[in-house]
Design a binder for this molecule. Structure first.
Ligand code: UD1
Length: 416
């Protein structure tokens, strides 16, 4: 399962390229099912979820080739319309395939994804959104059977701006004749990237990033190549790591605007931030002080995917910091692990109260989920002595060459 050994108290310094966004490449791979010609995706992160998605697509008849950070997809021979059960269980994001599979095949079957480390994560909003396009959906013994032979454009109103539900409905609408309007969609930058990708292939989508997405159906998409956007969460993770080590780090290959809510909180605790066209530089000159409140919310609110990393930072900020986790119900598991490292943490339901200590101390801790695992690495970089972070397979789901990149910044980290 993998273990990182970190010898802390080394100041991180230098420049790191963050790579393509996991949460952009996964829906974009799903969107490749809509196209019968060759698509080339560049800047793809080399991550387990990406490899699993490629295998899932091959099992549906697609030709998928991976070469370093480039993926070539040809879905011309898509010949199955059932998403295999093993992938639904292994990878929740496989549900993103449903919208495009329905659109191509008109009939499609998927399995309910299980709960995951950070909560139950139901898919009711996905199904409710798709059914508003006149797709008939039946649930039978854990299977979701979709009949889209009478699928129609129209208005789709999401009760909550779910990222995955927005992406699924958007993909279902791209090849559907007429105009579909998604009301109350998620506004995450990765949805803008999905829109840009689809439009580069001949789709007619507008409004992503705003309160309404308008999809004008087109007959077909054409092939092409597209560069995946940089990963704002990986960038934020390195910035938090730089902050706990009082370092000076520049993250490159990202759009700073997409990290505004994170930058604001880093500045609040005393970090100095400079933004450039596609980079952010963080340095720490003064003592780090508390962050009065971090409240996670759909974009442009503070991203839940950065909550754990900021939690680790708050552990060494003088004073009392408060974090409210409003997106997922079970996303504070790192709190108990950080306590083993000397953090002073009180968790009550969705609120964490963190009283800063001068320095954390090395301990053996377990990564429970992806971002919580990254938070433990951040804490280990600050800690006095040796920290071992177990179950690094969680961390590999979202970070490409994590230890190698930390090493190039001067961190002392090895993996067994
Ligand atoms: C995506 C991201 C994930 C991020 C999350 C929130 C990908 C691959 N993953 O996940 O990293 O943490 O957005 O920014 O892009 N919900 C329902 N019913 C639904 C769908 C969602 O109740 O049908 C709930 C979820 O349980 C959760 C909240 O809505 O509490 C947000 O989920 P959603 O925005 O859908 O996240 P994902 O698309 O799963």
């Amino acid at each position: 399962m993998g273990t990182y050994t970190i010898c802390g108290e080394k100041r991180l310094k230098g420049e790191v390229y963050v790579g393509g966004a996991k949460n952009a490449v996964l829906p974009i791979l799903a969107a490749c099912l809509l196209c019968e010609e060759q698509v080339v995706l560049e800047n793809c992160p080399r991550l387990l979820d990406v490899y699993n998605t490629a295998s899932l697509m091959r099992s549906l008849g697609c030709d998928v080739k991976l070469d370093k950070n480039t993926i070539e997809v040809n879905a011309g021979n898509l010949n199955k319309n059932e998403l295999p059960k093993e992938y639904s269980e292994k990878m929740r994001s496989s549900i993103f395939m449903l919208g495009s599979l329905i659109s191509r095949k008109k009939q499609a079957t998927a399995y309910f994804p299980g709960g995951c480390e950070i909560g139950m994560r139901p898919i009711d909003l996905h199904l409710k959104g798709l059914s508003q396009m006149n797709i008939e959906i039946k649930e039978e013994g854990g299977k979701i059977i979709c009949d889209a032979r009478d699928m129609k454009c129209g208005d789709v109103v999401l009760d909550y701006p779910s990222v995955g539900a927005t992406e699924n409905v958007l993909m279902a609408a791209v090849l559907t004749e007429g105009q579909t309007i998604i009301h109350n969609p998620a506004r995450e930058p990765e949805i803008v990237d999905l829109q840009n990708f689809l439009n580069s292939m001949g789709a007619n989508v507008s409004g992503a990033g705003s309160g309404q997405i308008i999809v004008k159906g087109v007959k077909k998409l054409h092939g092409g190549s597209y560069k995946i956007m940089g990963d704002r969460i990986v960038a934020g993770t390195f910035l938090a790591a730089a902050a706990v080590t009082k370092g000076e780090v520049t993250v490159t290959g990202i759009e700073p605007m997409y990290l505004q809510s994170v930058i604001a909180k880093l500045e609040e605790c005393g970090c100095t931030i400079k933004t450039y066209e596609d980079a952010i530089k963080l340095s720490v000159k003064n003592e780090l002080t508390e962050i009065s409140s971090i409240v996670t919310a759909p974009y442009p609110g503070f991203p839940t995917d950065m909550q754990a990393q900021m939690f680790a930072l708050c552990c060494v900020c003088k004073g009392t910091s408060i974090i409210m986790e409003n997106v997922f119900e079970n996303r504070f598991k790192h709190g108990a692990e950080l306590t083993k490292m000397g953090a002073n943490v009180t968790i009550k339901d969705r609120m964490a109260i963190i009283r800063g200590v001068d320095v954390l101390k090395g301990a053996s801790v377990d990564a429970m989920d992806l971002r919580g695992g990254a938070a433990l690495v951040i804490a280990g970089l600050n800690a006095k002595g040796i920290t071992t972070v177990n179950n690094t397979h969680h961390i590999h789901r979202g970070y490409e060459d994590f230890a190698e990149k930390i090493k190039t910044l001067g961190g002392d980290i090895t993996e067994d």
